[in-house]
Design a protein around this ligand. Sequence first.
Ligand SMILES: *Cc1c(COP(=O)(O)O)cnc(C)c1O
Length: 357
Amino acid sequence: MEIKKTILEKSKQKPPVKDPSQVVFGGTFTNHMFTLRYREGKGWFDPHIQPFQDLSLSPAALVLHYAQEIFEGMKAYRSPRGEILLFRPEENARRLNRSLKRMCMPPIPEEDFLVYLKELLKVEREWVPEKKGTSLYIRPTVIATEPKLGVKPSTEYLFYIILAPVGLYFKGGLKPVSLWMTRDYVRACEGGTGEAKTGGNYAASLYAGELAKQKGYGQVLWLDAKENRYVEEVGAMNIFFVINDKLVTPRLKGTILPGITRKSVLQLAGDMGLDTEERLISIDEVIEGIESGALTECFGAGTAAVICPVGTLSLDGKEYVINDNRIGKWSQTFFDTITDIQGGLAEDKYHWIEKVD
Ligand SMILES: *Cc1c(COP(=O)(O)O)cnc(C)c1O
């Protein structure tokens, strides 16, 4: 499909943000966005790169009432040679389609998705920042736009991609965060939508997230919905532990988002000689491991922070400190290895990098 382009006159364009550390994370957008519409019987049509602007939507649009929507999160990086790089974008294209399917929304061919994204990035290429650790965050989104009050899949959709320059998640280097666990609230249950990247999962997580903040913790580490006993994930990051010199992470069982950073960490670990296990991890095992010293590291993994070391866990009013609240060896190794590959600073042994152009 031919992409229509409506480009802002140079004099009306905002200049690109050179140092995204100076702007609010995820609050500043580039000059243009990509949009694509869908109607039942017609399929996807009207691909358009146009000035970033507010959407026009019926107040009855299904997304606003029944939350039929999905999204993705990825980044474009600038290599030292000036190229624009994507990290495993075909994985995002595949996951986007899995999320769409779960939410009864029509698929977007993976090749088309990548073409649309690359075309938008070419228009906004000056917005991919150069400073080490900075990137252009990419938010592909699909929403149900049919105006109707009635619980059913929409017959009309809007797919759009917006771009936001972002700085380092941790200004001044990695810093361990604290996580709060609760038995009173859950994020996802088996058979639910936990493994889809859909807004409803986040809406469901807000209340406990606010409680965690009130208590002085950074985020919630979710436990399973059935027994409130097994560790699941951190809402926008998958969770890893180093226990008895093995890298352990909860296995994907429908309630956990299959992170691309997670998948990459598991693959790298294997090749670095660190044994990996994907399995159930009970909170008792975690606490015993911290107390006995068998558990030496804990970190989150996701596109935004890449690797986020965890220094403190809290459960039932008790606090458990991991590795003296310092960054662990493996956390730092995975952070450095992945960010070097993403930024084009290290050899791309795994063919994870795709150049735009
Ligand atoms: C996006 C997301 C992740 C991380 O996935 P990445 O592909 O590594 O960015 C983890 N958990 C949830 C709930 C997410 O939405």
